[in-house]
Structure formats: structure tokens, C-alpha cells
Design a protein around this ligand. Structure first.
Ligand SMILES: NC(=O)c1ccc[n+]([C@@H]2O[C@H](COP(=O)([O-])OP(=O)(O)OC[C@H]3O[C@@H](n4cnc5c(N)ncnc54)[C@H](O)[C@@H]3O)[C@@H](O)[C@H]2O)c1
Length: 306
């Protein structure tokens, strides 16, 4: 009797219900009377994005494409890759065809847009909303890293250009998706791609514009998370360490000694692979992370270089 009373009192303080309820310990307690049935494990169900719709900026290649594919594999209905390139890459086409052959045939779509054009990106979001009737996930991965330059001589035009893509473009992409999440009231998960360079400085690299832009993304994440939390829209950032993509290839291919340097600064003794962001993206995009917002997730192998 006393036990039952304690349980009732604690339940009244639970302010939300899992979309997969009953789940976890609660599922076990509820099933106590029925010892014959075989319990269904739910942990991987929490990661399922069944029928969800999302956008990924910078989705033509690199980390953006890897993350877009992850969302498709997790069960999404349609993922729209937004990129400045007029035509999708061959790699993108291979991914589109590959996921289409999977169960439930998720759609990978391609839209050419410059994320620094706020009205254009908003329009893309609206068109997707009109067509799909929902918006659930946004990954803002479009970004640029320019050649190294002395901080004291850094040209205004180039500083503005980097900030425009890496900060304004990230905001405009998050807005484009967030406005549709609000329109349809289906909550959602927004993931802003920052970098370890937003928290540490890559010693020996003259990247003042890139590093400043990535710090801005971290604070944008916290600000947006606080504003949108009550609508059930979560905003988190993901900060990768060194991963071999076209962006880092411009350094690694020209200066091969950097591979050893970057690896030696990393506790794991190596740089990362693009596929190593799949797990964390699946988690952040899904109901497996419903109590996570305003956080920065470092996927960097613990890299420290300041
Ligand atoms: N590769 C790494 O080691 C690393 C580490 C930390 C963070 N990041 C971040 O991850 C994200 C993806 O980087 P990546 O390594 O895949 O690089 P990438 O250069 O392969 O991909 C970036 C994509 O963004 C697109 N893009 C650039 N400007 C755009 C614009 N104005 N409008 C629309 N699209 C635009 C590019 O066309 C490209 O397809 C970036 O934000 C980058 O800063 C990368």
C-alpha cells in the first residue's frame, strides 16, 4: 500500500510522456502481470525516423551528404539536400539510388540554393512544407574554410564572406526549417554544424574567420534552443574534429605532413571518417534525444589544440 502511494506521488510530477510509452522501466513494471509475453526491445525504435521529413544544407557532398543518408537509413520519408552547386555530385546520385532501393524507399531530393539568401532559403522551406505537410529535422552543414591569412591583415570582404555562409547561412537554414516546424506544430530537431574550432583554436593555423564563425554557431544554438524549447523544437550543435572531406583535402593534399600533425594532436592518434558522425546524428535527430537541447556534441576524438 505504502509502495503504491509513493509511486502515484512520483508519477504526478512527470510532465511529459514518451512517444513510445510505456518504455524502459515503466514498460517492465506494466508488463509484470503478463509474464508469458515476449517483451519487445524499444531502444532502436527510439532512433526510427519513420515518415519524417528533413533538410540538410551542404548536402551535396562530405559530412552533409553522409548525414542526409543517415536520416534516410533511419526511416525518413524525404530528405532535401540544399547546396549551392547547380548539379548534384555523382556521389550524391549514388546515395539517392542506393537509399531508394532500401525498404520503404526513402527519397533523397536535391535543391540548388545559396544559404546566404534568406528569402530563397525560406521559400525552399515553404515549398517543402506545402508538398510534404510536415518538417521534422534540419541539419545546417553548409560551410566554408578559406586559405590561411594573418589575423591583423585579414580582408574585410573575406571575413564577411565566411561569416555570411557559416553564421548567417546557418541561421537562415534553421529558420527555414523551424518556421515549417512551427507551422505544422510537429516539434522537431535542428542540428547546427559547428566545429571543434568553435571551442578550441587550431594552433599553427591562421583561421580567424572560420574559428570566429564556429563560435557564433555555438551561441546561436543556445539562443535558439531557449527560444524554441516550449514549442518542442530542439536545437543542438555538432562539433566535428578533423575529418577528411573536400574541405580538409585542400590542406591535407597540399601539405601531407599535416596528417601526422593533426593525428598526433588527437588522443585516438588519427583523424575521423565521415561515417563516424552517423550515430550521433541519428541520435540527435530522433526521439532518442528528446531531453537534449542547447547542447554541443563534440565528435572529435577528444582533440585539443589551443
Ligand atoms: N571536415 C572537417 O574536418 C570538419 C570539421 C569540423 C566542422 N566541419 C564542418 O562541417 C560542415 C561540412 O563540411 P565538409 O567537411 O563536409 O566540407 P565540404 O566542403 O565537403 O562541404 C560543404 C558543402 O557546403 C556547400 N556550401 C558552401 N557554401 C554554400 C552556400 N553559400 N550555400 C549552399 N551551400 C554551400 C558546399 O558546396 C559543400 O557541398 C561545414 O560546416 C564544416 O565547417 C568540418
Amino acid at each position: 500500500m505504502q509502495g503504491r502511494f509513493r509511486r502515484k506521488a512520483s508519477m504526478s510530477r512527470v510532465q511529459s510522456v514518451s512517444p513510445l510509452a510505456p518504455i524502459g522501466v515503466e514498460a517492465a513494471v506494466q508488463a509484470k502481470a503478463d509474464s508469458k509475453s515476449t517483451p519487445h526491445p524499444k531502444i532502436f525504435d527510439e532512433f526510427k525516423l519513420t515518415d519524417r521529413v528533413g533538410i540538410v544544407s551542404g548536402g551535396a557532398r562530405g559530412l552533409g551528404l553522409e548525414m542526409a543518408m543517415t536520416l534516410c537509413e533511419a526511416g525518413a520519408r524525404a530528405i532535401y539536400c540544399l547546396d549551392i552547386h547547380k548539379e548534384p555530385t555523382e556521389e550524391w546520385e549514388a546515395v539517392r539510388d542506393y537509399v531508394q532501393r532500401m525498404e520503404r524507399s526513402p527519397r533523397l531530393e536535391y535543391i540548388t540554393v545559396d544559404v546566404t539568401d534568406q528569402q530563397a532559403v525560406w521559400k525552399v522551406g515553404e515549398d517543402i512544407g506545402d508538398k510534404e505537410g510536415r518538417m521534422d529535422v534540419c541539419i545546417a552543414a553548409a560551410g566554408v574554410l578559406r586559405p590561411e591569412k594573418d589575423a591583423l591583415e585579414y580582408p574585410a570582404s573575406e571575413f564577411k564572406e565566411v561569416m555570411n555562409v557559416n553564421v548567417n547561412g546557418v541561421l537562415f537554414t534553421a529558420q527555414a526549417a523551424g518556421r515549417q516546424m512551427r507551422r505544422f506544430g510537429n516539434k522537431g530537431s535542428i542540428i547546427l554544424i559547428a566545429s571543434m574550432s568553435g571551442s578550441i583554436t587550431n594552433h599553427g593555423h591562421a583561421w580567424v574567420s572560420y574559428n570566429s564563425s564556429k563560435s557564433a554557431v555555438l551561441q546561436m544554438t543556445r539562443s535558439m534552443a531557449c527560444q524554441l524549447g516550449e514549442e518542442g523544437i530542439r536545437v543542438n550543435s555538432l562539433s566535428p574534429g578533423h575529418i577528411y572531406t573536400k574541405m580538409t583535402a585542400q590542406y591535407l593534399d597540399q601539405q601531407p605532413h599535416l596528417l601526422e600533425k593533426w593525428s598526433s594532436l588527437n588522443p585516438l592518434g588519427r583523424i575521423g571518417r565521415t561515417d563516424e558522425v552517423r550515430g550521433v546524428v541519428a541520435w540527435l535527430a530522433s526521439d532518442a534525444s528528446t531531453f537534449c537541447t542547447g547542447s554541443d556534441i563534440l565528435v572529435s576524438g577528444g582533440h585539443h589544440a589551443w
